[in-house]
Each structure stands twice: as structure tokens, then as C-alpha cells.
Design a protein around this ligand. Structure first.
Ligand SMILES: Nc1nc2c(ncn2[C@@H]2O[C@H](COP(=O)(O)OP(=O)(O)O)[C@@H](O)[C@H]2O)c(=O)[nH]1
Ligand SMILES: [Mg+2]
Length: 448
């Protein structure tokens, strides 16, 4: 409030007129945006946004930082959404400093997929701090798809009241040198946000599906199928590309806390769940292959076709595998994630997250959203609702997935030969696929 009032006091009549004119122009532009944003999005939405951004800083700021206008624009877009087309969006959590990496990821996703769809899926950019005009201008100009910008609510990016912040800070400083992001407070906020809150952001309210994209990732294949339509048609709730191992010291109590929740809520465990494929087998323990065992990893890496013995047995008959067994630490790597929002908004998922949050491991340890999403999907969903998006070429950091089938060669710029080597695949991916095969074989055997 102080800024505009001071400006007005010192200004001349001509300056007041100019400022008033700019304010009116901004209002007209925002109204235009709501009208155009709904239907074809892109081109019509673009220039008003850029003009609006150009006068940003001169015009009086909206009291809510523009949140209501942004939500109205998304609603208008969805009001005109084609019948039958998945109500889906691309979600990017980023800082202003991530701009170059965001542009790189977005340009690839556009080239490989989104710019070829009839109605382009919108981008929803989220941040714990306001996006700069420069960030907004640059990413909006990068796509013909509409872009929207949201602020993460403070209560979703901070400590819940039961956390002892002094203890959390002390544990962080001890963890600093022992694990990636061990000393980072903001990384913990980020992991908790993706675990428990992103699906409730008001900008996502009207959507059924999201695709999570990060800065500096690579999409290496032209997509022939719309993954959102695949999710819709197959009634899927989660799609993944890479299964990664977790750094054990980040999650020592995640599995015991999950076990507590499962014991109190057995009705939520899906009868044909994926959970056994994420658990060490009983005979693994007998053979001395404890959780995260290198011997176990070596065995599955060297002999990918050989069953590790886990996952099968009596579990497939609907037992309670989670009671006795250890979590392998393998998880769907969540920097790539296509999901159905109703899964995360379900009472079961919310109850699971609330239980984890109450236990404090997001702050006293460094629980990642990837193992949290994975354990939830593995326990709560029928196996058929979790898909391997194996036709999507993808790379994050030094790990990649490249479609292996020869028919994919002309549409991909990655090396299936290179990526197919067992040593080039995360050991957890081999472990998971191996256990999954064992689980399905055991289930087939019992149903005969
Ligand atoms: N707004 C915001 N985004 C963050 C912050 N920390 C991480 N992110 C985002 O969260 C995602 C994961 O972070 P990243 O640094 O890529 O983690 P990594 O993939 O686990 O190494 C990315 O989309 C980041 O842009 C933060 O403090 N603020
Ligand atoms: Mg990343």
C-alpha cells in the first residue's frame, strides 16, 4: 500500500493521468486474458500477458498478488476444454534462478509432444516465492500453450506446529555431509510439498491429471501417443519411467512408519498391490541380503533374468507381506511423474500423508516425495493402475530411460543399446522388474 500512496502524493497531474491510464490498460488486458485464455489459449493469451508484464511494476499490484486473476484464467481455459480430452496440465515447481533449466525442459517437451496436440496442455508454474516478471515473460513466450503462475501457500512450505525446529536444525547440520541435500531446509520443504500438498494448489483444482516436469531434464523421443489419454483410457493413477534406489540414511524410519499406518488401516491395502515388488524377500534375509544389500544388487545386476526370490510366495494370495519384510528403498523417480490427482486427493492418501507428517521424518530425516508416492501407490492401488511409460525417452542427471524396441528408433535421439546394458540401468530398476515378474508368476501359479 505504501508504494502507490507515496507515488500519488509526489506526482504531477500529468503523471497521475499516465498512471491511471496504465492501470485501466492493465485491467482491460486481464479481462481480455480471461476471455481468450479459455478457448484456444496460446496465441491470444500471449500478447496480453507480455503487455501486462511490461507494465508490471508501474501499475498498482493486486492485493493477492494476482492469484484470483490467475485462477479465473485457468477456470476460463477449462470452461472451453474439449469434451473427452483429459483435463491435464504440466506442473513445474521452480525458483526464478531455475529459468534456463526450465526453458530447456519446456522447449523439449513442446517439441516432442505438447506443440503437436490440438489443444495444448497448459503449464502451471509453482514457486514458494513470487515469480519475477522476467521468469514469467520468458517461459510464457517459450510456448504456444498457456502458462499460469502460482504461489505455494506459506502453510504448505513451512514447519507444522509439532516439529521441534531446533532439533530439526541440529539434525540437518549433522546430515549435511552424509547425504545429498542433508543440510538443506528448503529441499525438505520441497519434498513435503510434493508429498502432501501440491495436488491442493488452487490452480490445479479443475484438473484430473498432471505431468511433473523439472528444470534441466531431457525428453529424447517424439511422442506418438498422448500419455494423458493413455492414463485416462487405462484408468491409471501413476506412470513412471525410471526406478531408482534411495539413499538409506534419508529414510530410516519411513518404512516402519508406513507399516504402522498399514497395520491401522488394512482396509486400504489393495488386494493386487505392487507392494511385494518393493519389499525384500523372506529368503533374501535368510541369505544375508539385507535391505540395500550390495550383494543383492550385484546379483540382480549380473543376472537380470534370475528371480531374486522376493515378491512371490504367499504374498500374491493377498497376505500381509508388509508385516515381516523390509522395504528395498527402490522408488519411482518422481522428477518424472504423470499422475491422477484424485489418487492424491483421496481419503486414503491423505490419511497416509497425515500419519507420515505427524511422525516428523520430513524434517528429522530427509524423506523424499519419491519413496512416499511410491509406497502409497504400491500399497493403495491395484497393480494395473500403475504404468511404465516405457515409450517416453527421458533423462535426469546421469540416469536415462531409452525405449528399446527397434520401431522407436526413428522417433528417438537416445541409445537403446547403451541404455539397455544392465550396468547402465539403476540396479533398483532391475530389482523391481525382477520382483514384479516373480510376483506375477507366483500369482499365476496360485490361480491355476
Ligand atoms: N520454488 C522452489 N522450487 C524448488 C526448491 N528446491 C527445489 N525446487 C524444485 O523442486 C524440484 C526438485 O529439485 P531438484 O533441485 O531438481 O532436486 P533433485 O532432482 O532431487 O536433485 C525442481 O523442480 C526444483 O526446481 C525451492 O527451494 N523453491
Ligand atoms: Mg532435479
Amino acid at each position: 500500500m505504501a508504494g502507490p500512496a507515496c507515488l500519488r502524493q509526489g506526482s504531477t497531474p500529468a503523471a497521475s493521468l499516465l498512471l491511471g491510464g496504465l492501470a485501466v490498460a492493465l485491467l482491460v488486458l486481464l479481462a481480455l486474458r480471461s476471455i481468450h485464455g479459455g478457448v484456444k489459449g496460446s496465441a491470444a493469451l500471449h500478447s496480453p500477458r507480455q503487455l501486462a508484464a511490461a507494465v508490471e511494476g508501474l501499475a498498482p499490484a493486486a492485493a493477492d498478488g494476482g492469484a484470483a486473476a490467475e485462477i479465473a484464467a485457468v477456470e476460463a481455459l477449462l470452461d472451453g476444454w474439449p469434451l473427452g480430452k483429459p483435463r491435464a496440465c504440466i506442473v513445474i515447481l521452480a525458483r526464478n534462478s531455475d529459468l534456463d533449466g526450465v526453458l530447456s525442459s519446456v522447449l523439449q517437451l513442446e517439441r516432442r509432444f505438447n506443440s503437436h496436440t490440438d489443444t495444448k496442455y497448459p503449464y502451471l508454474y509453482l514457486n514458494d516465492r513470487p515469480f519475477s516478471p522476467e521468469f514469467k515473460r520468458a517461459v510464457a513466450a517459450a510456448t504456444a500453450a498457456p502458462s499460469f503462475f502460482g504461489l505455494v501457500p506459506r502453510e504448505h512450505w513451512s514447519y507444522p506446529p509439532h516439529i521441534n525446529q531446533t532439533r530439526a536444525a541440529q539434525l540437518r547440520s549433522e546430515a549435511r555431509r552424509h547425504m545429498p541435500y542433508g543440510g538443506s531446509e528448503s529441499y525438505r520443504f520441497m519434498c513435503r510439498y510434493f508429498s502432501g500438498f501440491f495436488f491442493d494448489h488452487p490452480l490445479l483444482a479443475g484438473f484430473d491429471f498432471y505431468w511433473r516436469v523439472e528444470p534441466d531434464v531431457h525428453f529424447t523421443c517424439n511422442l506418438e501417443r498422448d500419455p494423458f489419454r493413455v492414463m485416462q483410457r487405462r484408468n491409471a493413477s501413476l506412470a513412471w519411467t525410471i526406478v531408482m534406489s534411495e539413499v538409506p540414511s534419508t529414510i530410516p524410519s519411513l518404512w516402519p512408519t508406513t507399516q504402522q499406518w498399514l497395520a491401522a488401516n488394512p482396509q486400504h491395502l489393495a488386494p493386487r498391490s505392487l507392494l511385494p515388488a518393493f519389499l525384500e524377500g523372506q529368503d533374501d534375509a535368510a541369505a544375508g541380503w539385507g535391505p540395500f544389500s550390495l550383494v543383492h544388487r550385484w546379483r540382480t545386476e549380473q543376472q537380470p533374468g534370475v528371480s531374486s526370490g522376493g515378491g512371490g510366495g504367499g504374498d500374491a494370495a493377498g497376505g500381509q507381506p508388509w508385516r515381516q519384510r523390509q522395504y528395498t528403498g527402490c522408488h519411482f523417480w518422481s522428477n518424472f511423474e504423470i499422475g491422477r490427482l484424485s489418487f492424491f486427493r483421496s481419503a486414503a492418501y491423505r490419511s497416509f500423508f497425515a500419519h507420515l507428517d505427524a511422525a516428523g521424518g520430513f524434517f528429522y530425516e530427509r524423506w523424499g516425495d519419491a519413496p512416499v508416492h511410491t509406497l502409497a501407490a504400491a500399497a493403495l492401488l491395484d497393480r494395473s493402475r500403475v504404468l511404465w511409460a516405457s515409450d517416453i525417452g527421458y533423462k535426469h542427471g546421469s540416469w536415462a530411460h531409452c525405449p528399446l524396441d527397434p520401431a522407436s528408433r526413428p522417433r528417438c535421439d537416445c541409445s537403446p543399446f547403451y541404455d539397455a546394458q544392465p550396468g547402465r540401468q539403476p540396479s533398483c530398476q532391475l530389482d523391481f522388474l525382477d520382483r514384479l515378474a516373480a510376483l506375477e508368476a507366483a500369482e499365476a501359479a496360485t490361480s491355476q
